[in-house]
Design a protein around this ligand. Structure first.
Ligand code: GRE
Ligand code: ZN
Length: 322
């Protein structure tokens, strides 16, 4: 086994699949291939073995995309509650190794706010994860604000995770390359554009003026936004438009993770824009199938041991109260 750092390792974007929920998935959502699917459904031996092999102490579990974001309004609340109860059961079976982000029935926003509160107060979860748009609707629409209001009140983060882009976007921008390069619509580009767009729209909407203590987590080192932050901010400050303190809001209200992105240049850019306190360790298991690749990368990043310890667990312990 590899050398383990002195601090604990908490990985916060680690996925599973609920067998009842995934029965509702159709087409491109319904499977990712044998090795990945097998791990998504494994809540015991294989998951723990692969955590142990890499020295990961805790996985903060979350459902894979699109989670409950495509459920219709008439069934979303009931199904999501069942899924969250089962997830809480998995955590309860091994509370030293697992914690969780709940799923939310975004098709019914007021019920989603209540479910967030139930996840935190009754089920002991650390916040919630939302995957992409809610049945094609952007989350900055005011009808979804009760979810963010409740998150601020409970002082828990909402993790904005990628999902497939709107089919119209894929058709126009990527479809002709999707056959030869299937992942171009997923982590290689489509997910990034989709999720960055959702995050940028949240800032433009004024959501953070209304809820200044709201905390949003983005995976994949912020879906390119840290690299673009100066340019987005400077362009939005040019005369002729409404003013928004984009860079201030993004670096204060957003937290980023290392999920699926083990790159020193990307890490250093994020440290420079956000500060090390806003960066948290994640693997994106089992889409990144090798936990060790992430832990081994962290061992050699050009940061002090103190900063590495913050990323590996200290920041998660604080943000998620673990
Ligand atoms: C997916 O949901 O299909 C996915 C991820 C992350 C990386 C690759 C991938 O969530 O296919
Ligand atoms: Zn993920």
């Amino acid at each position: 086994m590899m050398q383990k750092p002195k601090c604990p390792i908490i990985a916060i974007e680690e996925h599973y699949w609920d067998p009842e929920l995934t029965k509702t998935y159709v087409g491109p959502e319904s499977g990712r291939g044998g090795d990945i699917d097998k791990r998504l459904y494994d809540m015991g031996a294989l998951r723990i073995q692969e955590m142990d092999e890499a020295g990961i102490d805790v996985q903060v579990l979350s459902h894979g995309a699109p989670s409950t974001q495509k459920l219709p309004a008439d069934t979303a609340a009931k199904m999501t509650a069942t899924v969250n109860d089962r997830l809480a059961g998995y955590v309860k079976s091994n509370p030293k190794r697992f914690a969780a982000f709940g799923a939310l029935p975004t098709a019914v926003p007021d019920a989603a706010a209540d479910e967030l509160e139930r996840c935190v107060k009754t089920l002991g979860m650390k916040g919630a994860m939302i995957h992409g748009t809610a049945n094609g609707e952007f989350l900055d629409k005011q009808k979804f604000w009760p979810i963010f209001e409740r998150a601020e009140k409970l002082d828990v983060p909402i993790y904005l995770h990628p999902s497939l882009p709107d089919p119209r976007v894929t058709e126009i921008y990527l479809q002709d390359y999707a056959k030869d390069f299937p992942l171009v619509v997923r982590p290689a580009w489509g997910f990034t554009v989709e999720t960055a767009t959702i995050a940028i729209r949240l800032v433009l909407s004024g959501l953070f003026d209304k809820y200044p203590k709201l905390k949003i987590i983005l995976g994949h080192f912020g879906e390119t936004i840290p690299f673009l932050l100066w340019r987005i901010d400077s362009a939005l400050k040019r005369p002729g438009g409404k003013q928004v303190a984009f860079r201030d809001i993004f670096s204060k209200n957003f937290y980023l993770t290392t999920s699926g992105f083990f790159s020193n240049p990307a890490l250093l850019c994020c440290v420079m824009e956000m500060g090390v306190d806003h960066i948290l360790f994640a693997v994106d298991w089992p889409f990144v199938i090798d936990n060790k690749s992430a832990v081994e990368w962290m061992a050699d990043v050009p940061l002090s041991d103190e900063d590495k310890a913050k990323i590996l667990s200290g920041n998660a312990q604080k943000l998620l109260r673990m």
